[in-house]
Design a protein around this ligand. Structure first.
Ligand SMILES: Cc1cc2nc3c(=O)[nH]c(=O)nc-3n(C[C@H](O)[C@H](O)[C@H](O)COP(=O)(O)OP(=O)(O)OC[C@H]3O[C@@H](n4cnc5c(N)ncnc54)[C@H](O)[C@@H]3O)c2cc1C
Length: 465
């Protein structure tokens, strides 16, 4: 099931943004190294070995970068039967590799959440969107910018990105072994790490990288076990790990459920129980059979869920006419030139899809559908304004990690040296990608974090003595 709702229901046209999500059908990638051929003994031990747990975006970038300039042997272990699953399903199967290099929004507030913006920025600046575009070009992936600023491979296929990363890793001599799920990791007093896999193998290494992702879309292999591995090595986790970029459920009687498939621009805000505005995003919203989805909802979701955890009275408000406020819309309604229009006519004139406009007006008690605006009472007018530009939505929860794109929370960046991504708690351990307490907005920011943190760790591993 598509995490955004029913992708097939997206109508075409200007007010819809196609964000289809393919079924998780991943083309088998040949095993680079047959497990039986490689590991007759059950223990691989070497002081010059670097083990990377996780062959996702961050793990592959770390491996390639570390292997380019180091003589060390690098082995990547991944528990999934197919590696790179998240790259394959990302961006509706097209992989939104990064954000617009010209406007790379790291300076805008709320592009990234979690650990301090300054810390996140420090890592991103070491390998930013521009360098990412150049880097992918260097491994044979041409990226193109869409009007939204998102960067996709010109082939429009996520497999182009994954194939190029695997090829670059292979060319650099990186060994990728899967399925090899790491159950436990221990560290001896002399600083050696031992990874125990679920098939009884042991891997010893002087350097260990945790690139195990978060908890989102667990069937891809990122099921949160990496957090336990980090904890077992002395790290803490943020008090909460919760879904981010996740669709929201609404109560069964909420009208948005009656118009599934309708997508429209909207401004969505989070308000505290006292009515204070916490945050607002504007973008495409999708009504679904369970509630709300679409880019603007995904962006706002982590802020809503975070606020509600501390304040159960937190509200989600939708403005179906972004740009209008209560006051400006009231002025419009009092304008004599449109006095003959009905509320429904007015909303459809403002480009709201007819069924949605009908559903919105049906929320307002005693609003005569065929009565003109001029006949509205003050109370009726104010109720209509609230339903249109300040509609409180009865959110009952979120769609969970199985439908979330990323995880909010993780290992705090305060426990990591930002110049190297090496742990401050456990020397020789590196943490990259989604396992860290960093989550970004829709638009390529999450992969950018994976590339940047992987690049920083890989460079450090390659250059250390
Ligand atoms: C549907 C969907 C669409 C998305 N689209 C985009 C997009 O277009 N643009 C964007 O920027 N972001 C997107 N994201 C987010 C992006 O995919 C993640 O931020 C990114 O993949 C994180 O990379 P990572 O390498 O840290 O973790 P992951 O990609 O999750 O990789 C972690 C790897 O570690 C392995 N692993 C975990 N535990 C173990 C263990 N114990 N032993 C061995 N291996 C283990 C897993 O099998 C997995 O392969 C999307 C996410 C989803 C779910």
């Amino acid at each position: 099931m598509c995490p955004y709702g029913r992708a097939a229901e997206y109508p075409g046209g200007m007010r819809s943004e196609a964000i289809a999500y393919p079924t998780l059908r991943i083309r088998p990638i040949p095993l680079l190294h047959s497990p039986t051929a490689m590991h007759t003994p059950t223990t691989q031990s070497s002081a010059d070995l670097i083990i990377i747990i996780g062959a996702g975006a961050a793990g592959l970038m770390t491996a390639i970068q570390a292997a380019r300039t180091t003589g060390r042997r690098i082995t990547v272990l991944d528990g999934a039967a197919r590696i790179g699953a998240k790259i394959i399903v990302s961006g509706g199967g097209r992989c939104n590799v990064t954000c617009d290099p010209d406007t790379a929004g790291t300076e805008q507030p709320h592009t990234y959440n979690g650990s301090s913006p300054a810390a996140i920025r420090k890592v991103i600046r070491r390998f930013d969107a521009r360098q990412t575009v150049d880097y992918f070009q260097s491994i044979g992936v041409e990226l193109t910018r869409e009007d939204s600023g998102k960067m996709f491979p010109v082939t429009n296929r996520a497999s182009t990105v994954l194939d190029a990363l695997i090829h670059a890793a292979e060319k650099s001599g990186v060994q990728i072994e899967y399925p090899r799920r790491v159950q436990t990791v221990t560290r001896t007093d002399d600083g050696q790490f031992t990874c125990h896999t679920d098939d009884g193998r042991k891997y010893c290494a002087a350097r260990l990288v945790l690139a195990t992702g978060g908890k989102s879309l667990p069937k891809t292999g990122s099921d949160g076990h990496g957090y336990e591995l980090a904890r077992s090595l002395g790290h803490s986790l943020t008090p909460r790990l919760f879904p981010a970029l996740v669709p929201l459920n609404v109560s069964t009687d909420c009208f948005v459920r009656t118009v599934p498939g309708i997508a429209t621009p909207a401004a969505v805000s989070v308000r505290s129980s006292t009515g204070a505005k916490i945050i607002e995003f504007t973008g495409s919203l999708l009504c679904t059979h369970f509630g709300l989805s679409g880019p603007v909802i995904l962006d706002v979701s982590r802020h809503y869920l975070d606020a509600r955890a501390g304040d159960p009275g937190t509200q989600l408000l939708i403005n179906w006419l972004p740009g209008e406020t209560f006051d400006t819309f009231e002025e419009t309604l009092l304008d004599r030139r449109i006095a003959r229009l009905t509320p429904l006519q007015l909303l459809t004139q403002r480009d709201l899809p007819r069924n949605l406009a009908r559903a919105i007006t049906a929320q307002v008690p005693n609003l005569g559908r065929s009565a003109p605006l001029s006949s509205m009472t003050r109370t009726g007018r104010r109720a209509f304004i609230r339903a249109t530009v300040e509609q409180a939505i009865p959110v009952t929860g979120d769609r969970g990690f199985t439908h979330a794109e990323v995880t909010a929370g993780g290992v705090p960046l305060s426990e990591v040296q930002l110049k190297t991504m090496e742990s401050r708690i456990c020397p020789g351990l590196y943490l990259v990608g989604e396992i860290c307490d960093v989550d970004g907005r829709i638009g390529g920011y999450n992969f950018q974090w994976a590339w940047s943190s992987g690049f920083v760790a890989g460079t450090a591993l390659a250059t250390e003595s």
